[in-house]
Design a protein around this ligand. Sequence first.
Ligand code: FHN
Length: 566
Amino acid sequence: MKIPSLLLTSLLSAGSLLAQDAAPIQPAAIKNWQDARFGMFIHWGPVSLKGNEIGWSRGSQVAIEEYDNLYKQFNPTKFNADEWVAVAKAAGMKYMVLTTKHHDGFCLWDTKQTDYNIMNTPFKRDVVKELAAACKKGGIAFGTYYSTCDWHHPAFPLGSPGGKSHKPNPDMKAYDAYLQAQVTELVRNYGPLFTLWFDVPQSYDQTYGIPMVNMLRKLQPDLMINNRAYSKNGVGSGIGHQLPVADYDTPEQSIGGFNMDRPWETCMTICEQWAWKPNDKMKSLKECIHTLIRTNGGDGNLIFNVGPQPDGLIEGRQVERLKEMGAWLAKNSAAVYETRGGPWKPSSQLVSTRKGNKIYLHLLRKVDGPVTVSALPVAIKSAKVLNGPAIKTSTADGSLSFVMPDNSWDEIDTIVELTIDGDAMSIAPLKPSTQSSIPGAKASASVIYQNDPQYSAEMVLDGDPETRWATPEGTKQSWLQIDFAKETTFNGVNIEEAYSDHSSRVKKFELQKKDGSSWTTFHKGDALGAHFKASFAPVTTSAIRLNILDASDGPTISEIQLSKKP
Ligand code: FHN
């Protein structure tokens, strides 16, 4: 599917998305961006010669003097833009975003604003130009990452390591002019761009950001700009701060929460480091597909990052992993591209996507017995395994259920296609299940945020990942207890910790079982996180307790489920 860059004749204010301060963008540009669902992020530069993290290693693992002179030996002779595009297409990716300038200030294009650029390396080729042309030829959209902060530029107030040092003669006015001149070059000379992906707006607040975004709106009205172009009153100036400016949010290294009201994109590495790192730990195919599907199920895009080698090649095993993703997507593309998230909100075992009169239920874990979700408010005309046999569904007591045909389970993602009467987008978001994840169980807790029932312990049993048990800010120790209706045997537990996008608030915990009048610990751990899973020898008990021994802030849990694997 080629994604044409929309030619917009004028900016309409109607239906503007947030972009709270800068001029809004037309909804049509957002739909074009959302339809893509899956893109490639590329973090690359002379630092790949060292195998350390781009930007962050300058002045820490790599001395500034050495780091800033790496470009003199940067000669990626095996770089072939068409090959990179071919890898992205083989992965099923519909767009690509390259770091044209990261925090280290080095520019991968023939910029007239500084000599610190690719044309002054032994390579002497305009990588951005070649990649933009290859994307156009290959039919995938091209976007550019541009670091709002610049620890190399003398006029930018902060320097390495990590923005922790201060330049002797900062001049934000001069830096703003430099930044605006560079992003103008990117749009004018290499555009129209699919997106401009700003990052880490230290020191660059709304004073500069709003005029700069408005300038870009005039340059290319359908340019999607992420929420890191500028900070606002100090918020968003670092990492992980999300603020609703410009066109889409950017949860990082984590899957964003279900949100159909504001476009968002999870950015995540296929390995662990953004830039090239030899022998880095790479995600399994299951992790890669689940990351994509869970993101799409929440109504987000996924931009998945590779860090090419210093010779210009994308590492072979990463290419293979991306081709495996593409092969899976080729079979299941109907359930991904041009879909939106929902109507069921994601849970630990399922997500859903939808398009026209089709709803796709993605079962991310095998279910013993009938699959049960909350009933749809519309009639189901037919149901089938995607690319497989028909399924008989039944609806009763507010639940929709069906039994999967034999041998229909896919060990990564079993997709059920429902054809309904009407437009799937007309269905309001639904809880995944109306039943408790542990039928008949009762939950209690040592403390509840403001004693507010909407944050009660029961929220971890309601099957809705959007509700949660919450504790007061700063709570370090607390417990959550679940009393079963009867003695229960299980050998696994799934815990969804809310607000754990960047790191788990829980730092030390025990899982305990009721033993007469006391509690016996059967599992210990440090962090929990968004999709914590633990397996252990079968436990039989009438009650369990999550005993949190240490936390960085008030723990908050959205769901707890038991599992009993054979
Ligand atoms: O510091 C950067 C990091 O290197 C990388 O570019 C990510 C990508 O989203 N953004 C910043 C960390 O939030």
